[in-house]
Design a protein around this ligand. Structure first.
Ligand code: FMN
Length: 217
């Protein structure tokens, strides 16, 4: 199998968490004898080349981060330039996010599931996993440890069933955290995290509270 993997994050490759995840996934593909080529949409100048790879290949995987509960605007803009193809092409997705509960990503997943039909191609499923906020801040060794599970998903993908197998569904992890944990996190976000966000905003020049209701003043 030869897979075209497209990084759908607007973030430049060097800092993109998706890029690190793709590397682990691609390692899994190689381990099982598949080949791949990778692209990133963050530099618009490469869009013609990526579209060409989409047209010429039939196994396409778009790896993307969740931005504001859904698909990054830049990726949508790029996808609008895709031509129609037929069912010989299979389009799969790897959707990853900051927050860890599976439920956070379901809206994005539903949206992505509709795209292949619009493009006339087959849907290969969507691998869904959160908990990835911090990857780019880790050292190389830790990054490898955190992204390693995606290697197994690359190996699984090579077997040909896209992301429809039970192993791929289980990969998401918990759909919701247990209630005590949710309550604790809610408290942290209302106190400690709120203070830290406010400090960060102030260091960037923000002079009003982050929850300021400007429409009421
Ligand atoms: C503008 C923006 C919006 C985001 N929105 C969400 C979100 O709605 N839910 C979530 O869980 N993570 C969200 N995140 C976190 C990213 O999904 C996460 O950090 C991801 O690993 C970033 O991948 P990238 O570095 O390849 O862009 C957001 C990040 C950014 C920059």
């Amino acid at each position: 199998m030869h897979v075209v993997i497209i990084n759908g994050s607007p973030r430049v490759q060097k800092y993109s968490n998706t890029e690190k995840i793709m590397a682990a996934f691609a390692k899994g593909l190689s381990e099982k004898g598949s080949t791949f080529e990778t692209y990133a949409i963050s530099d618009r100048k490469t869009w013609d080349i990526i579209r060409d790879a989409y047209i010429k290949n039939d196994e396409i995987l778009i790896a993307l981060p969740l931005y504001v509960e859904c698909v990054p605007g830049l990726l949508l803009e790029f996808l609008e330039t895709f031509p129609q193809k037929d069912e010989h092409t299979r389009l799969s997705f790897l959707l990853q996010s900051g927050f860890a509960e599976g439920c956070q990503l379901r809206c994005g997943e539903e949206f992505l599931a509709k795209l292949p039909e619009y493009l006339g191609v087959r849907y290969g499923g969507c691998l869904v996993k959160g908990g990835n906020f911090g990857i780019r801040f880790l050292g190389e060794e830790q990054q490898e440890r955190v992204t390693k599970p995606y290697q197994a998903m690359g190996e699984l993908f090579t077997e040909g069933d896209g992301f429809f197998r039970e192993e791929a569904k289980k990969f998401t992890g918990p759909e919701y955290f247990p209630l005590p944990m949710r309550l604790m996190m809610g408290l942290i976000f209302k106190t400690l995290a709120k203070r830290e966000f406010q400090k960060t905003a102030a260091s960037l020049g923000c002079s009003v509270p982050l929850d300021e209701k400007v429409w009421e003043t």
